[in-house]
Design a protein around this ligand. Sequence first.
Ligand code: MN
Ligand code: MN
Length: 258
Amino acid sequence: MVKLIGIPFDKKSSFLQGPALAPARIRQVLHDGGSNYWTEKLQNPIEHKDFSDAGDLNVDVYEDIEKELKKVLLPGVKLLSLGGDHSVTYPLIKAYKEVYGAFDILHIDAHGDLYDAFDGDPHSHACPFARIMEEGLAARLVQVGVRTLNPHQLAQARHFGVEQITMLDFEEKWRSLKFNRPLYISMDLDGLDPAFAPGVSHHEPGGLSTRQVLDIFHHVDAALIGADIVEYNPHRDVSGMTAAVAAKLLKELAGKMV
Ligand code: MN
Ligand code: MN
């Protein structure tokens, strides 16, 4: 069973608020008739019998996320989660570890999100992958699209054995992406170039095209057990363009999960 959920939470954002509004906006674009439900590989995951929309988690404070996830992530369930800022991925992966055991993570992002703490908060949206790696929750973490490293985050990546395909070596390396365990994909929309996805809190030029992200999804053939799409900020969007990108990525990811 694939369940779509929304996690309307942005209290761990360091710079701007807005991603709490994302789940509703992305669903709206998914269903508004501007596009159809078919994936590029001619599947219709949204109307598939094994796909359902479980609505939004009831989240007020950060700790609620983990509690609420326990109610929906039951054995046999795969979650497609709409964030929320990227802080939601740590409780998601924690819940996944209990249900799924060993799995790999493909993390697409402009940022490593590996800070030990940011503005004094170890659960900031700049930190989830530090928490995930120090608790050994992922068998492998592969980051793609990173273009904001600093000495601290590079040291963290080396310390935790994080594999990175940065924008500097993307063209050369992306086709070598290969996973041998079940896979979880964490999609931060700012991994895309802001020309393609302006509706994010942190504009970081020099990123991936929508096409390149879709090609990565289609290229990776491991069993997809879960995915999240995070950091959509409607306040920064232009003509709903980023919501349309998010809805498209949602559809293609759902196609890989049903
Ligand atoms: Mn992120
Ligand atoms: Mn980011």
